[in-house]
Design a protein around this ligand. Structure first.
Ligand code: ZN
Length: 205
């Protein structure tokens, strides 16, 4: 692509860094912005800058939040004795969309993956153990992807929690979690949480 303006080229370069955006699409987006009122483009760029600098992660569940503790953790109607363990915030969003889950969450921030150099200490597992040790939690639901990494992570968490006074359940593993969750329909997802089974019973098979 030959650009007659370096500013244009630089903007296209930045958009083209985004996942799934090729240079043609990047150019289309940049030209679109150029045609918008200046105030609108400023709002757009301000929103991006403040997103990066202003966003927090809930100190209880590690969900993305504007406050120190997220709205799910602070909601009085939520059942804080029930904790759903998920890989990332997209899973929280998908489960919230079912409107069926009344418990709270714990976001791991990934799964154990030796191939990618991700070990247990890179994930929010220690804080999960601390939450369970604190005693308010009666049941945790393992809702991770049905992949080798998901299985490894689940087994690791199970070993960490099994001697603590908490029920450990797992959702139906046919569901693809971890980003793929957004493709699962809400009824199936809601049902898989409602019909969760004790994790130990899945180990026998
Ligand atoms: Zn939270």
């Amino acid at each position: 692509m030959n650009f007659s303006s370096r500013l244009l080229e630089s903007a296209v370069d930045e958009f083209a860094r985004l996942p799934g955006v090729g240079r043609k699409t990047a150019l289309r987006l940049v030209l679109h912005l150029l045609n918008r009122p200046e105030a609108e483009v400023e709002r757009f760029s301000l929103s991006m800058t403040s997103l990066r600098s202003g966003i927090r992660f809930c100190k209880v569940c590690h969900n993305i939040s504007d406050q120190l503790v997220c709205g799910i953790c602070t909601a009085t109607r939520r059942d804080r004795s029930l904790v759903c363990i998920v890989e990332d915030i997209r899973d929280v969003m998908a489960i919230e969309n079912t409107n069926q889950y009344q418990g709270v969450y714990h976001v791991l921030g990934g799964v154990i993956s030796p191939m990618d150099g991700i070990g247990p200490s890179d994930l929010n597992i220690a804080t999960l153990v601390e939450r369970v040790q604190a005693g308010e939690i009666k049941e945790v639901i393992l809702a991770l992807s049905a992949t080798m990494e998901g299985d490894t992570t689940i087994f690791y968490i199970y070993k960490k929690l099994k001697d603590l006074p908490v029920r450990i359940s797992a959702i139906a593993r046919g569901i693809a979690f971890g980003g793929e969750l957004e493709y699962v329909d809400e009824i199936t997802l809601g049902r898989s949480i409602a019909t969760r089974v004790p994790y130990e019973s899945t180990l026998m098979k």
